[in-house]
Design a protein around this ligand. Structure first.
Ligand code: ADP
Ligand code: MG
Length: 311
């Protein structure tokens, strides 16, 4: 290894230049453009315990007490992304998203260089901080979404950031950047076969594991209502019953599909009403399930309706 001495900067000592939306910092004369935080209409409904566990991970009792970087694990659609984002917002700091994919390269998670043509034969290099680096510099939350879609070589550069060192090393800028004390990290992970198994040294840094499971019926009913304020209550009831039966039968689908089903069923009924016709809400939910999950899955909703009519 070369003996070249590495400069090191503390993110909290950096001056944030530029205006909102076009912020940058200068490190050793290199200008680095920061990414923008996300503002989304997500709001977590229900399970307080998960919120408290996330907040506990990120809580620090004083200087020297470091936050933890949990991973949220569960089936696709159980609410991991919404949970991570909502808790970040509750902390009243900027929240950044990083969407991991199997194509994410090591540089994508750190600082990217972009070559910009400035004339016929001239060009210059500009540096763009990833959302992760921007969160580290500004003291925000980074929601590293679907982290187990990303390959090990991209994770490797994050190892020092996720342990007590809390820094990353940028080859581009030639220095170590130490995270702002308010920087917080969480990674969501889908529990499905399309993902990579993370290496042990990364897993051991992403602790604890918070499992996000299907909520119970009353909570799921509230989630449907919060996401679909224009849908008739009876449709939300049917879909909550449908999901409850499907979960009991260990089907893979979650409240995410429930939202699509209730949304479509509600639109069928509302549109028919608009045309001066009438559609039975139960029938609308059957059609919706058939078109969203397939004909076979409609047996659960048919059972719900049959039991209701028999009662
Ligand atoms: N507890 C919850 N509160 C509010 N919305 C939720 C909740 N759980 C799930 N949702 C909704 O369900 C959908 C799937 O949630 P998402 O966070 O994307 O799941 P995941 O990241 O686990 O795949 C989103 O549309 C979200 O709005
Ligand atoms: Mg997600």
């Amino acid at each position: 290894m070369s003996e070249k001495k590495k400069n090191s900067v503390n993110a909290e000592d950096l001056e944030i230049l530029g205006e909102e939306g076009k912020q940058y910092v200068e490190i050793d004369g290199v200008k680095i453009r920061l990414a923008r935080p996300m503002d989304l209409p997500f709001k977590w409904v229900g399970n307080r315990k998960l919120v408290d566990q996330m907040k506990s991970c990120w809580f620090t009792a004083g200087p020297g007490d470091l936050p933890m970087s949990p991973r949220l694990v569960g089936k696709p659609g159980t609410g991991k992304t919404v949970l991570a984002y909502s808790v970040g917002k509750m902390m009243e700091v900027p929240v950044f998203f990083f969407q991991a994919t199997s194509d994410t390269r090591p540089n994508d998670v750190l600082i990217n260089t972009v070559i910009i043509e400035t004339g016929a034969e001239t060009s210059k290099v500009e540096y763009f901080a990833s959302t992760l680096i921007s969160a580290m510099i500004l003291g925000g939350v980074c929601v590293f979404d679907e982290g187990n879609r990303m390959q090990e070589k991209a994770w490797a550069s994050l190892a020092p950031l996720l342990d007590s060192r809390r820094y990353i090393e940028s080859i581009e800028v030639g220095c170590l950047i130490k995270a702002h004390p308010n920087f917080r990290f969480v990674s969501t992970m889908n529990d499905d076969a399309s993902c990579f198994e993370l290496p042990e040294y990364i897993k051991s840094r992403l602790q604890p594991t918070i499992m996000v499971d299907n909520p119970d019926r009353s909570e799921e009913r509230r989630i449907l209502e919060a996401n679909l304020p224009h849908t008739a209550p009876i449709i939300l009831d049917y879909v909550a019953d449908f999901l409850e039966l499907a979960h009991r039968a260990d089907e893979r689908y979650t409240v995410r599909e429930g939202i699509h089903i209730a949304n479509y069923a509600g639109k069928l009924v509302n549109y028919e009403a608009e045309c001066g016709r009438e559609m039975d809400p139960g029938d609308a939910v059957i059609i919706s399930v058939e078109q969203i999950l397939g004909v076979r899955q409609a047996r659960y909703i048919k059972r719900v309706l049959w039991e209701e009519r028999a009662a």
